[in-house]
Design a protein around this ligand. Sequence first.
Ligand code: FES
Ligand code: FES
Length: 190
Amino acid sequence: MSIEKKTGPATMAEGMTTAVLCINGEDHALVFPTHHTLLEVLREECGLTGTKHGCELGECGACAVLVDGEPVLSCLQLAAEVQGKTIDTVEGLQRDNELHPLQAAFADLGAAQCGYCTPGILMVADALLKRVPAPTGEQVTEALSGNLCRCTGYNRIVQAVLWAAAMERGDDWRPDETLFEGTALPGADG
Ligand code: FES
Ligand code: FES
């Protein structure tokens, strides 16, 4: 009797897959239903709930992570297919005890409001800044065109990415000061 040699990236049996996934620089030995997406495995098997569960149709960008440094919609990606690749999620963005410049810029500029879209946007922006350290506003808008946000109106998001890029380059450019001012509550001026 010959034993079939396994050539796939992961071991699959009875609808389950056994795989080692490298997430945020750490190997995770996992067993999960073969049909589960990377989004499901990150949230349910790894407890990494920073990656958000939005439309599950590839339309909102809330679930974006990086696979081998490139943005991927984890709701459309089978987890069984990413063994051997590097997976980065928002939980890995922080640098030691410091916020990543993108996280700091989003917080200081109010570019994260309800925050549901934020993890996906941060990951797509991180990939952009690694590729294009000094992007234009148009390049940021283009890169984030697959990420929907229903709270911010996008301007603060784009400005926060430009600010983080400047911080990374050691440039002292800042967004317009008016963006740091809060909006008065109705009636608060009287
Ligand atoms: S949850 Fe993946 S694109 Fe919306
Ligand atoms: S901050 Fe609420 S959806 Fe973007």
